[in-house]
Unconditional design. Structure first.
Length: 449
């Protein structure tokens, strides 16, 4: 038992650090000496690479900082260096960047930072202050079009700002309702017939609580990304189309949050932080938990050790409206400074977002293959996905995904904080939802004026 508890604690610590980094960490918006406004040169020009004199590229990655992800990311880099990199003349150096501060510090110090594994929500802030470049301004259009064939069209939209791609989707997931099959069966429920609406989530959570004494459902109000999908699923928007104004204080938002609030406060919902709920689910003490498939491997190990079976289903919907999932994860943001660096960076990006790269990302790290055809290709991921069917849920949700909110760069941190605080207050207290969210919208729009 002590060994099991130790394993749970270790996996939990890693998983929560991952989530803090991947979903909530925001870079400071202080300007650096390398702003996006500085003159860009050598645009769309790929220099000549020389295998005899390889070009070095730095790749700052938060995945290199966490034991559950580090081996897979190291394999990705090593495989590139020993194959395409060796042939073309490129050497990639991985730099661990757990809190996104190392790349900022090195940019401020004048060091060359070529590629960064960057979260979605703060991409605009980094574009404005750290000199990240649009792909269209660095790589030839014909090269981009050729490489993007086979990547989900929806995924290609995720890192775009003002019509340009400032990040190519890299490590990526959609929200999944993970299910403890044992608790379902104890409560007289069938884990093969899971809840698909929020009304059913409420019903099932109460039945689990009343029958087993365990909490039936968990979704932390300060979850960092799933909330966007909940609001979108009920027809709400968060920002205007041009991202100049917050527009979430609508009846669709109030209705969606009221449903969630009712579930949260009805006695069947777990109460606590993301850390608390993740730990509770892994210990077999929580019936359903919405989170990213990045925790899939940890949940599988915990279920095997605890003697229960893991099931899952996609993001619940409101009534007969199909749910609209959003994305977690990261993009590859770039800032090469010479034609040779352009070419070297492009070779690495093509590899890690190609067939071999996404096979490693999915099978070794746990994220969704954005080249969806690989899931049915026996040469790549078919055997893995067949053995881990929850990935099929992710692939299905990718067909109707909507980008998670990228807050306007100049006020990204403040806007995110105001929005998140209002969600937490609306769900966890007796505060009036409409009043709370309207106040938050007004506060954000005051910043954006």
């Amino acid at each position: 038992m002590s060994r099991f508890k130790s394993m749970i604690s270790l996996v939990m610590f890693i998983a929560i650090l991952l989530f803090i980094s991947a979903c909530n960490m925001m870079p400071s918006e202080e300007s650096t000496s390398n702003s996006a406004a500085e003159e860009e040169t050598d645009q769309q020009e790929l220099g000549t690479l020389d295998p005899e004199n390889p070009t070095s590229v730095t790749f700052y990655s938060y995945s290199l900082s966490y034991p559950t992800m580090k081996p897979g990311m190291e394999k990705l880099i090593s495989d590139f260096n020993s194959t395409v990199g060796k042939e073309k003349g490129v050497i990639v150096e991985g730099v661990p960047d757990p809190s996104f501060q190392q790349n900022k510090a090195d940019i401020a110090a004048g060091k060359q930072v070529d590629i960064v594994q960057h979260v979605f929500s703060s991409l605009d802030a980094s574009r404005l202050t750290l000199g990240f470049k649009a792909y269209e301004d660095v790589f030839p259009q014909d090269e981009l079009e050729e490489h993007f064939v086979g990547i989900s069209e929806n995924a290609l939209e995720l890192g775009k700002i003002d019509g340009k791609m400032y990040g190519l989707a890299f490590t990526f997931s959609t929200p999944i309702v993970f299910i403890n099959g044992d608790l379902f069966e104890q409560a007289g429920l069938d884990p093969n017939d899971p809840p698909t609406t929020w009304e059913e989530i409420k019903e099932y959570s109460l039945q689990i609580k009343n029958t087993t004494g365990k909490d039936g459902f968990g979704l932390p109000p300060a979850n960092g990304w799933t909330t966007d999908g909940i609001l979108f699923s009920n027809g709400a928007n968060i920002l205007s189309e041009d991202r100049s104004e917050a527009v979430f204080a609508t009846k669709e938002t109030f209705e969606a949050l009221s449903v969630w609030k009712d579930i949260y406060q009805n006695g069947g919902h777990a109460i606590g932080t993301r850390t608390d709920m993740t730990e509770q689910f892994m210990a077999g003490e929580l019936g359903m938990y919405i989170t990213s498939t990045a925790l899939h491997s940890g949940f599988i190990n915990a279920s095997k050790a605890g003697g229960w079976e893991l099931y899952g289903v996609g993001l619940p919907q409101f009534g007969d409206q199909p749910s609209v999932p959003v994305n977690s994860g990261s993009v590859l943001a770039v800032r090469p400074d010479t034609p040779e660096k352009n070419a070297a960076v492009w070779e690495f990006i093509k590899y890690v977002t190609g067939d071999e790269g996404y096979t490693t990302i999915t099978s070794e790290i746990g994220y969704l293959p954005l080249r969806t055809g690989l899931a049915d290709d026996p040469a790549y991921l078919k055997d893995f996905v067949d053995a881990n069917p929850l990935y099929r849920i992710n692939l299905e949700q990718l067909e109707r995904i909507r980008p998670a909110t990228i807050w306007p760069g100049n006020h990204a941190t403040e806007s995110t904080t105001i929005f998140t605080d209002a969600i937490v207050k609306s769900i966890t207290t007796d505060a009036d939802v409409e009043e709370t969210m309207t106040e938050a919208e007004n506060a954000i729009n005051h910043l954006l004026q």
